[in-house]
Structure formats: C-alpha cells, structure tokens
Design a protein around this ligand. Structure first.
Ligand SMILES: Cc1ncc(C[n+]2csc(CCOP(=O)(O)OP(=O)(O)O)c2C)c(N)n1
Length: 315
C-alpha cells in the first residue's frame, strides 16, 4: 500500500472505522439472517468495503448519492446511522424507510442518500438529475451514481453518461465492479470493457477496490475534478464479492477466487497502519471492540422498536 500525500491520521482511522463498521455489521446481519428476525432480502458487501469508504471520505452531506440494491456499505459509509439501517432490516418504524422499504430501499436525506433502486441501473439517471439540480441552483454539491458492473449493460447507463457529458454536469459515476451479476461472471454478461466504454464520453480513473488507500486517492481526484466544474468523471473500482449474491452464505462459485487474507481491505489497511506507525495494535483492537458494542446496540435498538401498523401507510 502507498500512503497518499493527502492522507492524515484522522483520515486513516476514519477509513478503518467505517470499513470495520460495515464488516462487523454485515457479519452480524449474516449471523442473524437464518433466525428470520430480518424481514427483507439482503445483499451483503463483505470484502467490498474499501470502495464505498474510500469514496465517501471525500463526499459531503449535500452530495446526493444514489444506490442500487447492494446498499448497506455505501449507505453506512455516507453517514446513515447503523441503528436506522438495522431497524429497517428488522422491518421496524425506526428504520431509515420507516420499516416499509427493506434492505434495497434505503433513505437518509440528512446524509445525502435520497434513494436506491432494486432495478439494476435504475438510479443512475437520478444522480444525473441531482447534478443538473446542483448546476441550476449554482451550488458546488455533486451527484454520485453508485452501481455494479452489470448495470453498465443497461440502456440507461449510456443515456445518463451521454447527458452528463453533453451538459458537463457535476456527476461522479462509480462502478463497484465485483465481476459478477448474481452467479454470472462478467465475461458471460457483458461484451464491453467497462472503462473503455465510459472513456468514449468522459475522463475515467481506475482504483484497486480491495485497497482503500487506492480508492481514497483516486476518488479524491475524481471528486475534486467533478466539484471544480470540469464535468463528469467515471471511476472504476474492481473488487471481490465474498458472499453469495443475495444471501448470508459464503460465495462458492468456482470462478470467484477470493483470498480472504490477501484480498481483505481491512487486513491490508491494518497492516499498513501498524507498519507505518500510524496506529498501534492496541488501538486497532480497541476500534474493533468499540464497533462490536455499536453493532450490539444497533441490534438491541432494532429489536426493541415497534413494527409498522397499516395506518402509517397513509401518512
Ligand atoms: C433490470 C433488472 N434486471 C435484472 C434484475 C435481477 N438482478 C438483481 S441484482 C442483479 C445482479 C446485478 O449485478 P451488478 O449490477 O453487477 O451488482 P452486484 O449485485 O454485483 O453488486 C440482477 C441481474 C433486476 N433487479 N433488475
């Protein structure tokens, strides 16, 4: 790992803390899932944490980020409080969508999460709308479209990139490429090379999506360019999906080769922090314990919250 020149200790500890929050929450969700307390399908992002976290260190609450179906990691990275996510998964009124949305419909207007879509590619155009709104309102917020590799096959992907490029809108297109569409590897679902396709319309950058410092550095450059008014930028992050597509179980597809040591963004960052003297082993252990307590508290909050009643649907 290489230390980006802009990375301070606060940034490094934030990156680790958010990745650990996502990982430890995902592991708890996976452990709870067979008991049926979670009332929604789940798409976990275990192993993919670096992409959302490296990006979101550069975003502000006013930046509007639109998600697909794999929401938990990017939503927590952007600032959604864990109790609100956990309660949503439990189908409780204290959830971020009042218990009516579930895992794929995550909202938090205060933290710039206006919506997510279960339709693959379904929210890409909305980020372009947010960029257009920022332009019309003359503010320096940006729209962020956060999507997977399979979404680049959708017609709306081209339309969105084309319009954003034509109008030079402040939009960041972030492709979290885990190489699979459900059980289908990219070679079976896509005839194009993602970066080459996007580069026809706008500047493209690439980051190693298993290395949070690589994403942090590239996303910093991408966000700064978009915010400066240069027009849209496409950031392509290749990563690895550790779990089955929509499940609490580990992915066992033979084509999906994951080395849980070498490919783990958390282990990589922790080793770097210790080697470079940024944090001690004791500090890292304390972060893990603090987050375990946060996850316990979020689960307790969700379990103690009321279930929605039909009258709430009328509000
Ligand atoms: C338009 C549409 N087609 C198919 C589906 C079924 N589906 C749900 S998730 C998924 C795979 C999406 O893969 P990708 O966009 O790469 O995201 P990932 O799941 O890998 O994060 C598919 C095909 C859908 N939800 N919407």
């Amino acid at each position: 790992m290489t230390r980006p020149s802009t990375l301070h200790r606060d940034d490094a500890l934030w990156l680790l803390g958010r990745m650990r929050l996502i990982r430890q929450a995902s592991e708890r969700i996976a452990a709870l899932y067979p008991s049926d307390v979670i009332e929604t399908p789940i798409h976990l992002c275990t192993g993919q944490e670096a992409v959302a976290v490296g990006l979101c260190r550069h975003l502000r609450d006013a930046d509007q980020m639109f998600l697909g179906h794999r929401t938990h990691g990017p939503a927590l990275a952007k600032g959604l409080p864990l109790p609100a996510l956990m309660a949503e998964l439990f189908g409780r009124t204290t959830g971020c969508s009042r218990g009516f949305g579930g895992s794929m419909h995550v909202l938090d207007l205060q933290h710039g999460l206006p919506g997510s879509s279960a339709i693959v590619g379904g929210s890409i155009a909305l980020a372009v709308g947010a960029g257009l709104a920022a332009r019309i309102q003359r503010n320096d917020s940006i729209g962020v479209a956060y999507f997977g590799d399979a979404a680049t096959n959708a017609g709306v992907f081209y339309e969105s990139l084309n319009f954003a490029a034509l109008r030079k809108l402040p939009v960041l297109f972030l492709c979290e490429d885990n190489g699979f569409s459900n059980v289908m590897p990219k070679s079976a679902h896509s005839a194009h090379d993602i970066t080459s396709l996007a580069s026809v319309l706008m500047p493209t950058l690439q980051a190693d999506g298993t290395d949070v410092l690589s994403v942090y550095e590239r996303a910093g450059e991408a966000v700064a360019r978009v915010r400066s008014g240069e027009g849209p930028v496409f950031l392509h992050c290749k990563t690895k999906r550790w779990m089955k597509h929509m499940s609490h179980e580990v992915c066992d597809l033979p084509e999906n080769r994951v080395d849980r040591g070498r490919d783990c963004p958390i282990q990589k960052l922790e080793a770097f922090l210790k080697q470079s003297g940024i944090a001690s082993a004791a500090e890292l252990a304390q972060i893990e314990r603090d987050i375990a307590a946060e996850v316990d508290a979020a689960v307790a909050f969700a379990a103690a919250s009321p279930k929605p009643t039909p009258d709430l649907l009328e509000v």
